[in-house]
Design a protein around this ligand. Structure first.
Ligand code: FE
Length: 310
């Protein structure tokens, strides 16, 4: 097993203003599948190609945004080791163990707050429901797909103040690589950091901002550019609030479209990117090229895209 330690983004827990509207959006527009509801009223979903019980959790609340972001690690032993390191580090605040079953179908979880104010958690065990094509002589995609039908939840982009310490935590404690960075005029000051625990162009990213604990978007992966175009069709067909796209990012090379869920949380579906290996140099984007870095075709910034967060 070459990918060890932290394996991947496991689940994102989103606050929504109207649960029924949100369920319709995540089910019929994005095309996730509901896998359960708990006594707190939280609703759990997975994408068609995911093995584990859930990757998206919705909770009704008075404000939109992200409650926390969960990461699957390779074993209970790794969970204990990383929890001990985080407990000993000033970079992780308000550490907390949660009992097995607090999330449906999930083992014990270790929660902590990172320097940008976001709540993260690690876990090693989650019940496998299996992907919808099965694992013996599978078809390339299952019957019964609807909406944009991403194969999985992929990453989130988060906004916060102290991305320097956040980089330190992810790189030095959790073992992530810095795949890309956006720097200021001095070539050092970090404006954005793109981090991978696997061989993707990113598993999580942070942009420096005045406000802590903000969600820019939660992102799901599609099979290719044509599916991004079809996602754009679905956005019009279902009168979904479009943000920007379809277009391409310079950063990560992703082919992308952004839109909003009914509560104002930004979603992305995207395709493409590149394969990251740990011996590949970090890509640097200079702030003078920020337009091309974010929207490779328009080559200019979009204020609403940059400044609207939940
Ligand atoms: Fe993204």
């Amino acid at each position: 097993m070459a990918v060890t330690g932290v394996l991947r983004p496991g689940h994102i827990v989103l606050r929504v203003l109207d649960l029924d509207e949100a369920i319709r959006h995540y089910t019929h527009v994005i095309g996730l599948f509901e896998t359960g509801r708990d006594e707190q009223g939280r609703v759990f979903f997975k994408a068609w190609d995911e093995n584990d019980h859930h990757s998206v959790v919705l909770r009704e609340a008075d404000s939109a945004g992200m409650d926390y972001f969960g990461w699957k690690v390779d074993s209970e032993k790794t969970l204990d080791e990383l929890a001990a390191k985080l407990e000993a580090s000033p970079l992780a605040r308000d550490t907390l163990w949660l009992a097995p079953g607090e999330h449906l179908a999930t083992g014990r979880r270790f929660q902590f707050t990172i320097p940008t104010g976001h709540r993260f958690e690690l876990y090693a065990t989650k019940e496998a429901l299996g992907c919808m094509t099965g694992y013996e002589n599978p078809d390339p995609w299952p019957d019964g797909l609807r909406g944009m039908a991403p194969s999985r939840f992929d990453h989130a982009l988060l906004y916060g103040r102290d991305i320097d310490s956040t980089l330190e935590l992810f790189r030095d404690i959790l073992g992530f690589d810095l795949t890309e960075r956006v720097v200021g005029p001095d070539g050092e000051f970090l404006i954005g950091i793109f981090l991978a625990c696997s061989n993707k162009a990113h598993d999580v990213a942070f942009i420096r901002s005045e406000q802590d604990d903000r969600l820019h978007h939660a992102s799901f992966i599609l099979g290719g550019w044509h599916e991004v175009l079809q996602a754009a069709d679905i956005i019009s067909k279902r009168n979904v609030s479009l943000d920007i796209g379809p277009t391409r990012h310079g950063i990560t090379r992703g082919e992308t479209i952004y839109f909003f869920d009914p509560s104002g949380n930004r979603n992305e579906v995207f395709a493409g990117g590149y394969i990251w290996y740990p011996d590949r140099p970090t890509i640097t984007w200079h702030d003078r090229e920020i337009g091309r870095a974010i929207f490779y075709h328009d080559r200019k910034l979009n204020e609403a895209f940059l400044n609207v967060t939940t």
